[in-house]
Design a protein around this ligand. Structure first.
Ligand SMILES: Cc1cc2nc3c(=O)[nH]c(=O)nc-3n(C[C@H](O)[C@H](O)[C@H](O)COP(=O)(O)OP(=O)(O)OC[C@H]3O[C@@H](n4cnc5c(N)ncnc54)[C@H](O)[C@@H]3O)c2cc1C
Length: 388
């Protein structure tokens, strides 16, 4: 059976649904083809089940892309305020957790139900379990599943990145881009825990569960947030953030004592220059187990001012050379993707293939942790939806 629409949207996640709503509201006949048995699975697991759906302080600087200017247009035309207005229209209770991050009070399900209700009122056609076998471009786009054929003048690819394959992530979007000869920036896992190299593993893995506020940096990028030691390496917001910028064999530097000078006190002769007093100084800001382990491994070689200065330097620049990351199984996002040079920043339409659009995570625009990835999904989805 053949069905015709104005636009076909492949992928019923955050970006695809927003795109469908915007186009549907404008009277376009749109179909969302989703290969899973339900929409928005990633929305449901996001933000620990509470969906950090946007960030009040969303700026272009919160995104990684080979072209840092690309996201500006879409982000400025669909802002956090726009999404909050939608959330409030649906009377979804929410709160700011920290750093402008907005979460549902109850459940991420509220956000998905809201999007489904909006799709419904915009008369969006949803096809679940749509196993796409072939995409072809004749005078229009033709998408074939085992049972059906869909036709439309516009095709929007919203199939997301490679993160969390067990809930349905596929490389479909990248393969489709290749089919149409569009360039891709090699994808890599972002917002992902790091795995210790062997030496660090034997030194620190038994501290699993210990966390501390630190500054993690990689090149010019740095994040001051919590770090968590795990059985396999490092995690926590600061590490997830910096992981998006890390590639082997680069080093990650960790400042274990942000904005503190702990050895200054020792210049005061009243404080004895002993391990005991240094330990008690360190325990004032680091969990005891981490402070003790650091001293076991990095105690000053002597008590001269010079040796204390070296100790201080090391404490602010713990140099980590990860063996790797936990990969797409654990990554919250996929960095890299469809090269933004291929797309119009205003509409997300391919420059080479008129009528073909890419939105959301499949594009080489990746947000920091904190609601920015959804904001990009909403903004890029809206940008394309208004053009269909
Ligand atoms: C555990 C976790 C927690 C997260 N928490 C947050 C958070 O709190 N805040 C935040 O901003 N971001 C969060 N993210 C990131 C955010 O979920 C994504 O960036 C966002 O969902 C991307 O939207 P998208 O529509 O581009 O892709 P997705 O939401 O991944 O949607 C893609 C859709 O396409 C479908 N699909 C894939 N392949 C095919 C195919 N071949 N045919 C048809 N359909 C296909 C998928 O099943 C899916 O429904 C989290 C991610 C994870 C993994």
């Amino acid at each position: 059976m053949t069905q015709s629409f104005d636009a076909l949207i492949l992928g019923g996640g955050a970006a695809g649904l927003m795109c469908a709503i915007e186009a549907g509201k404008r009277g376009r006949r749109v179909a969302v083809l989703e290969h899973a048995d339900r929409l928005g699975k990633k929305i449901l697991i996001s933000g620990g089940g509470r969906c950090n759906f946007t960030n009040l302080h969303c700026q272009p600087e919160n995104f990684l892309s080979a072209n840092p200017h690309f996201a500006k247009s879409a982000l400025s035309r669909y802002t956090p305020t726009d999404f909050i207005a939608l959330v409030e229209k649906h009377r979804i209770p929410y709160h700011e957790k920290t750093l402008g991050q907005l979460f549902c009070d109850h459940s991420a399900r509220d956000i998905l139900s809201m999007l489904e209700a909006e799709c419904n009122s915009a008369s969006v056609n949803i096809f679940l379990n749509a196993k796409i076998q072939q995409v072809e471009r004749t005078t229009e786009f033709v998408v074939r599943t085992p049972a059906e054929e869909f036709r439309a003048a516009a095709l929007v690819v919203a199939t997301g990145g490679l993160s969390i394959p067990k809930i349905g992530a596929t490389s479909f979007g990248y393969e489709l881009a290749k089919q149409f000869h569009l360039a891709i920036r090699d994808p890599w896992p972002g917002l992902v825990p790091l795995v210790f190299n062997e030496e660090d593993s034997s030194r620190y893995r038994d501290l699993a569960g210990v966390s501390a506020e630190i500054i993690a940096s990689c090149g010019p990028h740095q994040f001051r947030e919590k770090m968590l030691i795990t059985h396999r390496g490092l995690s926590g917001p600061a590490i997830l953030q910096i992981s998006s910028y890390w590639k082997k064999p680069n080093l990650i530097l960790i400042d274990l004592a942000p904005a503190r000078e702990i050895t200054t006190a020792f210049r005061d002769t009243k404080i004895p220059r002993t391990l005991t007093s240094l330990r008690s100084e360190m325990r004032k800001f680091l969990p005891h187990r981490l402070a003790d382990r650091w001293l076991d491994l990095h105690a000053p070689t002597s008590w001269t001012n010079h040796a204390l200065a070296d100790f201080e330097t090391q404490l602010h620049a713990w140099s980590i050379s990860p063996a790797g990351t936990e990969g797409y199984e654990k990554a919250e996002v996929t960095a890299g993707g469809i090269d933004t040079d291929e797309l119009s920043a205003k509409t997300m339409e391919s420059r080479k293939v008129p009528g073909l659009f890419f939105i959301g995570e499949v594009v080489d625009v990746t947000g920091h942790l904190g609601g920015f990835n959804f904001q990009w999904a909403w903004a890029s989805g809206a940008a394309a939806g208004r053009e269909l």
